[in-house]
Design a protein around this ligand. Structure first.
Ligand SMILES: *[C@@H]1O[C@H](CO)[C@@H](O)[C@H](O)[C@H]1NC(C)=O
Ligand SMILES: *[C@@H]1O[C@H](CO)[C@@H](O)[C@H](O)[C@H]1NC(C)=O
Ligand SMILES: *[C@@H]1O[C@H](CO)[C@@H](O)[C@H](O)[C@H]1NC(C)=O
Length: 460
């Protein structure tokens, strides 16, 4: 069972996506971790930043409901028809498959009629609040790549909070508030994602866009990932180069789209009127037919394959990195501090491979780092795809922004924005230069930093 569902789905998706590319892929795919190239010395490996293809992440999650016995049907109960509050003889019975509405039905295939859905018990205990937490856990950091979409079968809730965790459910932060009246429910002014900008993209908002109860036909709630991407990549996400540049250099932005868990907090069901109809409390409940979460395993740009084995997602790390997220260097490959791969320079990025520990080098292996020819990069509209001199980012320490895609740094500096001292990266700034770093001027170190210093500046 090693070759997982994920692998086969991954392969399938690659095939499909290469047939129907929705946008011009001027910014590259990051779908290869290494490639063989020919040089004067023969074939050598060239290493590149790489990441798994974006996929349907609902296949790999665990769902947990709180309170645990909130699903309807145990004991059997009757509820009112959706959309017809005076037909109250529908039945939910957990022990009869045709009448049961377990949580799995939020993640099964939709498109059938009638649709299948999870349903909560009704609001029998009004005025005690009817609240449900639906927690989705991956036990793995994942990066969201598309809108989270929740389709309700009942009316959309009057109050709801989407929360996220980045530490496997230990701490939670709100992601977005939803209410028919934001001020009343959460003391927040209502906003829409369209009111945000590059500068305020990380703001947590309360939206009233998705909370009309029975009165409209729309049953869908979004958490808008793509609209937020569009602040950097432009409408229709044509300039992913620009987005990737920002993600590379702004950890907060990257973390915003990264989660290990999501929690849907249903706080008040759709009432649709000002008053709750206390004679027909079986009108009020939650029902969800579908939840969509698209994303990819976070592998720090060191893997294209994420394996689902034993109900667990793990990156298959390359570049001599290891760990569930490729978050550290393998044993004997700790010749310099671990660092994530980089989306820049576009289109192939920088692998930032782990290199052999100094003590384990007899004869330094032959590595070759071939820099892409920046002037030949396909940036369709250089002004829009600007990644090194824009509203948020500028080259630092006297670096100059070359063709809008990469800072050219003065000799002493390195990093995407020339923000780091070169010697810092090599661990050779002070006299006590730390573990694993050889004395100044060691030929091995000089060789390695010149050949492998993947974040080092281009010299023209
Ligand atoms: C839902 O989770 C929140 C924390 O995210 C907690 O404060 C609240 O009590 C939970 N509600 C239920 C009904 O379990
Ligand atoms: C990782 O180490 C192996 C030897 O264990 C070597 O063959 C390979 O080229 C290394 N890969 C990278 C990306 O450094
Ligand atoms: C880089 O590409 C440009 C345009 O394709 C070409 O004119 C130039 O000679 C190349 N430079 C190098 C160093 O290969």
């Amino acid at each position: 069972m090693y070759l997982s569902r994920f692998l086969s789905i991954h392969a399938l998706w690659v095939t499909v996506s290469s047939v129907m590319q929705p946008y011009p892929l001027v910014w590259g795919h990051y779908d290869l971790c290494k490639t063989q190239i020919y040089t004067e010395e023969g074939k050598v490996w060239d290493y590149m930043a790489c990441q798994p293809e974006s996929t349907d992440m609902t296949k790999y999650l665990k769902v947990k409901l709180d309170p645990p016995d909130i699903t309807c049907g145990d004991p059997p109960e009757t509820f009112c028809a959706m959309g017809n509050p005076y037909m109250c003889n529908n039945e939910c019975d957990a022990s009869t498959p045709e009448l049961a509405h377990p949580p799995e039905l939020m993640f099964d295939f939709e498109g059938r009629h009638p649709s299948t859905f999870w349903q909560s018990a009704t609001w029998k205990e009004y005025p005690k609040p009817l609240q449900v937490n639906i927690t989705l856990s991956w036990s793995k950091t994942i990066e969201l790549t598309d809108n989270i979409v929740i389709t309700f079968e009942s009316g959309r809730p009057d109050q709801m909070i989407l929360e996220k965790s980045l530490d496997y459910g230990r701490t939670w932060q709100p992601y977005q508030y939803y209410a028919t009246d934001c001020l009343d429910a959460f003391h927040m002014d209502p906003k829409s994602v369209k009111d945000l900008s590059q500068h305020t993209v990380l703001e947590i908002i309360c939206t009233e866009e998705y909370s009309t109860g029975y009165t409209t036909n729309s049953k869908i709630i979004h958490f808008e990932i793509k609209d937020r991407f569009a602040f950097f990549a432009g409408p229709r996400l044509r300039n992913m180069a620009s987005l990737y540049g920002q993600l590379d250099t702004t950890k907060k932005l990257r973390d915003f789209f990264t989660v290990t868990d999501l929690r849907i907090r249903l706080l008040r069901p759709a009432v649709g009127e000002i008053f709750v109809d206390e004679l027909h409390l079986a009108r009020y409940f939650y029902a969800i037919s579908d939840i969509k979460v698209r994303g990819r395993c976070k592998c720090n740009l060191h893997a294209t394959v994420c394996v689902y084995d034993n109900s667990k997602l793990t990156c298959e790390c390359e570049h001599n990195t290891t760990g569930p997220d490729c978050g550290k260097c393998k044993k004997n490959y700790q010749g310099r501090p671990w660092s994530p791969g980089s989306y820049l320079p576009i289109p192939k990025g920088t692998a930032n491979t782990c290199i052999p520990s100094i003590s384990s080098i007899g004869n330094p292996p032959k590595f070759n780092r071939i820099w892409p020819n920046i002037s030949s990069l396909e940036v369709s509209n250089p002004k829009q795809a600007n990644v090194c001199d824009n509203e948020l980012l500028h080259c630092q320490n006297g670096g100059t922004c070359h063709n809008n895609v990469r800072c050219l740094c003065p000799a002493a500096y390195t990093g995407i924005l020339c923000e780091k001292l070169r010697c810092e990266e090599a661990g050779s700034c002070g006299s006590d230069s730390g573990q694993g770093a050889p004395p100044h001027g060691s030929p091995a170190l000089l060789l390695l930093t010149t050949l492998l210093g993947s974040a080092s500046p281009l010299v023209f």
